[in-house]
Design a protein around this ligand. Sequence first.
Ligand SMILES: [Zn+2]
Length: 275
Amino acid sequence: MEIAANIHSLPGGRGDILGLRHANVYVVVDGEAALIDAGYEDDHEVESKLEYLREIGVSKLSYIIVTHRHYDHAGGAAKIKMATGARIIAHSQEALAESLASTSVAVDRAVEDGNVLEVGGLELEMIHTPGPAPGHICIYIKKGGVLFSGDHVLGLGTTAIMPQEGSMAEYIDSLRKLLAYDIQLMCPGHGPLIGAPRRKIQELVQHRLEREEQVLRFLKQGLRAVDELVREIYPELDEHLRAMAQGQVTSHLIKLEQEGKVASSGREGQYSLPG
Ligand SMILES: [Zn+2]
């Protein structure tokens, strides 16, 4: 489906195994073309993307730009590269990630913040937005003010910042960094297009800071364990989201600890106020 001048959203296959989260894939076309993310690696997912590119008459796919390492975004990159000869582009820190580096077809070009890729007459600026993953990038096209936001800003649900590879402090900093761009249309990695991007970004920052305040309040009341905090913060939590909620709360605690506002008690998953 064409969603703006030069930009299409590609159809997905069946989504992930749980059917919970379809991952969006976009293509930027101006003579040659660049894919933004590659979706899952399942054959039917990959084939539906290739078929769409044929339908709209893309004869030269120059790049597959991967916003970050997660399998719902990077999974299909190797197969699509094999079918089209496109070069895989990712941030230098993602290029090293096991899920990208270990595929038989690795990243062809590692990019850094501020690098610009030309696709026909269009300029695609790479914006380093660490948070969900260390080398997460958003891609900005000044003409039309379009931003592809990957997992950084979603059209649906909340970005999970997991302590293993994510950083809450960087996530919030990266959100603020995006406010410097004139964004008219935001194309997220999940969910519908975002029509009022600036407000959405401000809401996300606000939401995170409020959550942080809430964590501090519960610690002040004497709660110590991540599990207890999760129970208070998400009283009606769906069981299969528990690990994600624990990760999210732990990421907040790590940020607060780095800022000296919280102390780790030495026992795993136990925190308190310092002093
Ligand atoms: Zn994702």
